[in-house]
Design a protein around this ligand. Structure first.
Ligand code: ADP
Ligand code: MG
Length: 362
């Protein structure tokens, strides 16, 4: 029996992660005892875990003590904090978790949730293509961005995820109004914004698993449509309702380069977001030592639909953490075949499909 603690398990990512563990339990015959936490008592009902415990938020002083208590009480072998905010706290306190003899498999804390300007600067330094960027400290910088970068532009918050405060802006007036409205309503200060070159091309993602500096496996996909895009100003709502796998060497190459530029010794799961410019060049908008929400779901879907347990990324991640190896030979690139669509809809489950066939996954 392997005892596992998954924190932040009530969000879609955590639910997907635990669902994938349960599939591995069935397909690989590996019994697991899963304890899960979330600060939302309602969402905590969703994950398929054995024990559910409401936790404080990651920045509450009681967060780490609660995890230590659960680790001791349930003899936890492996701790997986799913959301970046919780993963970062665990890595910042790694010595206390190491003392509790619980295993983790995470990047160094600087590689988790870096701010967008830091990402820009580190990647530019390593000559990985990033959007031309002006960091905003005053309204004059917004004007300067339009004279230096042209138009339209993409304005965004330096910190946060899910496309936070992102918007395509066509001129100085729109951009200034956006900053001012968000300042007035207390969401952000003027200096929290970046203005970037607007990238109109494909919306791509490169997901990769690394172990002690070495690439284990990876895959590429394209996001085709976001949830509820019609009621969002930017059309970006954090996670796609429709996405498809693809195989494209140039996406893979820049995805790998971006991870290495962020972290020379990557360890754990890394997500890279790539957008194409008008000429079809790949440009990295984000790289982060976290799981994209759907990464465990893609692995789950392929393992289940094709009857190939080795494609279950979450299961391979656990095996690496506990046994320092995967349980099958995995390709470094293109783990999943191209042309498969993952379709998710609120209250409707999940479908995997290609030209020939449709599988009801969830
Ligand atoms: N410069 C840009 N031009 C156009 N779209 C962008 C730009 N930067 C980000 N986006 C869109 O916003 C999404 C979210 O941005 P991303 O860089 O991944 O940060 P986060 O996911 O942390 O909000 C991207 O996947 C992309 O679709
Ligand atoms: Mg992103």
């Amino acid at each position: 029996m392997t005892n596992i603690l998954v924190t932040g398990s009530g969000g879609s990512g955590g639910i997907n992660f635990i669902r994938a563990l349960r599939l591995a339990e069935k397909q690989r015959g590996k019994p697991m005892f899963i304890v899960s936490t979330d600060h939302n008592p309602h969402y905590l009902k969703f994950p398929d875990s054995d024990i559910r415990v409401v936790s404080p938020r990651h920045d509450d002083p009681d967060f780490t003590p609660l995890l230590l208590k659960l680790i001791s009480k349930y003899k936890i072998d492996f701790l997986h904090p799913h959301p970046s905010s919780e993963a970062r706290i665990v890595m910042q306190n790694l010595s206390v978790f190491a003392k509790a003899k619980v295993k983790t498999y995470l990047p160094n804390p600087d590689s988790i949730m870096p701010d967008k300007l830091t990402i820009h600067d580190m990647l530019a330094e390593a000559q990985v293509r990033v959007p031309k960027t002006v960091s905003v400290t005053s309204f004059e910088d917004v004007e300067r961005a339009f004279s230096e970068l042209g138009k339209p532009l993409w304005i965004r918050a330096r910190r946060g995820a899910g496309g936070r405060l992102g918007l395509k802006v066509n001129n100085v007036e729109e951009a200034k109004h956006w900053v001012e409205l968000n300042r007035l309503q207390g969401r952000a200060a003027v200096a929290d914004f970046l203005v970037q070159e607007y990238l109109p091309g494909r919306d791509l993602a490169f997901d990769s698993l690394w172990y002690k500096g070495k690439l284990v496996t990876s895959y590429c996909r394209e996001r085709l449509e976001y949830f509820l895009k019609h009621i969002s100003l930017s059309g970006i709502t954090g996670t796609p309702t429709i996405a498809r796998t693809l195989i494209d060497e140039k996406v893979t190459r820049i995805g790998v380069d971006a991870v290495k530029a962020l972290d020379p010794q990557p360890n754990g799961f890394f997500s890279t977001d790539i957008k194409e410019d008008a000429e079809g060049n790949c440009v990295v908008t984000e790289v982060d030592g976290k799981w994209h929400t759907t990464a465990p779901l893609w692995g789950y879907a392929f393992a289940k639909a094709l009857g190939k347990p080795e494609l279950n990324l979450t299961s391979q991640y656990l095996t690496l953490a506990l046994e320092e190896k995967t349980d099958a030979e995995l390709p470094n690139f293109d783990l999943f075949p191209a042309g498969y669509y993952l379709v998710r809809q609120l209250d409707a489950g999940v479908i995997l499909e290609n030209e020939d066939k449709t599988w009801q996954i969830v």
